[in-house]
Structures are given as C-alpha cells and as structure tokens.
Design a binder for this molecule. Structure first.
Ligand SMILES: CC(C)(COP(=O)(O)OP(=O)(O)OC[C@H]1O[C@@H](n2cnc3c(N)ncnc32)[C@H](O)[C@@H]1OP(=O)(O)O)[C@@H](O)C(=O)NCCC(=O)NCCS
Length: 162
C-alpha cells in the first residue's frame, strides 16, 4: 500500500493512510509502549517493513502526526491482523475502524478468503471494534499472553460472504 488515502472521519478530522516508513519508527514505538502490556520493539517493526514477505504495514496520520498503525499479514488467501494500535488521545474517533476497514479492503482486492486476529480476553474496546466489523469468536488460546497469563480470543471474519 504505497498510495495515500485521505478521509475526513469526523468534522475537521482528516486522516491520511500511507505505507509505514522507517522514519515513522520513533513515533510508532512511543505509541506502542503506551498501548500494550507486551509492546513490539523497534526491531520488530523494522523487520515487518524490511524483511517480511507477508506484511504490508501502514499508518494513519493527522497532518504529520502518527495517530495509529496496523500490521496486516497477507498469507496465501488469508489476512492476519498482527497489530492494530491507535494513539491514546485519538481513540474513539474512528481511526481504528478506518485502519481495519482499509486492511479488509486490501484483503478483498487480493481475493483473500478469511481474516483472523487474536485479542486479549480483557480487551473490551478491541473486541467491540472487531465484532462491529463482522468478526466472530472462533476459539480460545489459553494463557497465550505470557506476562499476564491471559487467554487470547481468536476471531475470524469470512471475506467471501456478501
Ligand atoms: C482497539 C483500538 C485499536 C480501537 O481504536 P479506536 O480508534 O479507538 O476505535 P474506533 O474509534 O474506530 O471505534 C470503532 C468501534 O470500536 C468500539 N470501541 C472502540 N473503543 C471502545 C471502547 N473504549 N469501549 C467500547 N467499545 C469501543 C466501538 O464499537 C466503536 O464503534 P462506535 O464508535 O460506533 O461505538 C484502540 O482502543 C487501541 O489502540 N487500543 C490499544 C491497543 C490495542 O488494544 N490494540 C488491539 C490489540 S488486539
């Protein structure tokens, strides 16, 4: 995803989407550290951009400020959401929905059959976002998140449905 998408998600709030770039990493790592119990490192994001054969990470910007990002993996005919994060001060404004909707659109263009993601059992905000976009619970991975010994909920969305 190299092109820039520009959408006004609320009155006066125009968000741009573009491919993640190396110079984004300081902002991304700061947002990541504030947002996750087990945050990805700069090295991990770098690997997604430089060496992964399946990742197509992109960011959401308000002017020059990164307000969110998503790391979709396209593996054969499946989409896997490896990371989706919105900067705390920009949450509940529609940025997460925009990021996920765009990843799903890319998956449709690639004729993907299904989308998967994992979410912490306790992450009510993320689970509500996914459910509102048609993801359903597919299973549970017990104690998947090591530090908190928390279950992961596996969610799935069929992309071939009308
Ligand atoms: C999960 C996350 C990405 C959502 O991003 P967001 O930009 O705040 O979400 P949106 O504003 O697009 O919300 C879309 C829908 O999600 C749900 N939602 C979002 N935040 C919610 C909250 N705090 N409580 C309940 N529902 C919530 C609602 O259904 C909302 O739709 P509505 O506005 O029509 O009610 C964001 O909270 C986040 O970055 N959290 C920390 C990182 C994280 O947990 N990532 C997911 C890991 S699996």
């Amino acid at each position: 995803m190299n092109q820039i998408v520009s959408i006004e998600i609320a009155a006066g709030l125009r968000i741009h989407l573009r491919a993640m770039q190396l110079e984004d990493l300081p902002q991304i790592v700061a947002i990541e550290a504030q947002s996750h119990l087990e945050p990805w490192t700069q090295h991990a994001f770098r690997a997604e951009m430089e060496t992964s054969l399946v990742a197509q990470p992109f960011v959401a910007l308000r002017q020059d400020e990164i307000v969110g990002y998503i790391v979709p993996w396209f593996v054969a005919d499946e989409l896997q959401i490896a990371n989706i994060t919105v900067k705390e001060s920009f949450r509940q404004l529609g940025v997460g929905r925009l990021l996920l909707a765009h990843a799903l659109e890319l998956a449709q263009q690639r004729h993907c059959r299904v989308a998967y993601l994992e979410v912490r059992d306790s992450n009510a905000a993320a689970r509500a976002l996914y459910a509102s976009m048609g993801f359903v619970v597919e299973g549970v991975r017990p104690k998947y998140y090591g530090r908190a010994q928390e279950d992961a909920i596996l969610m799935k969305k069929d992309l071939l449905e009308a």
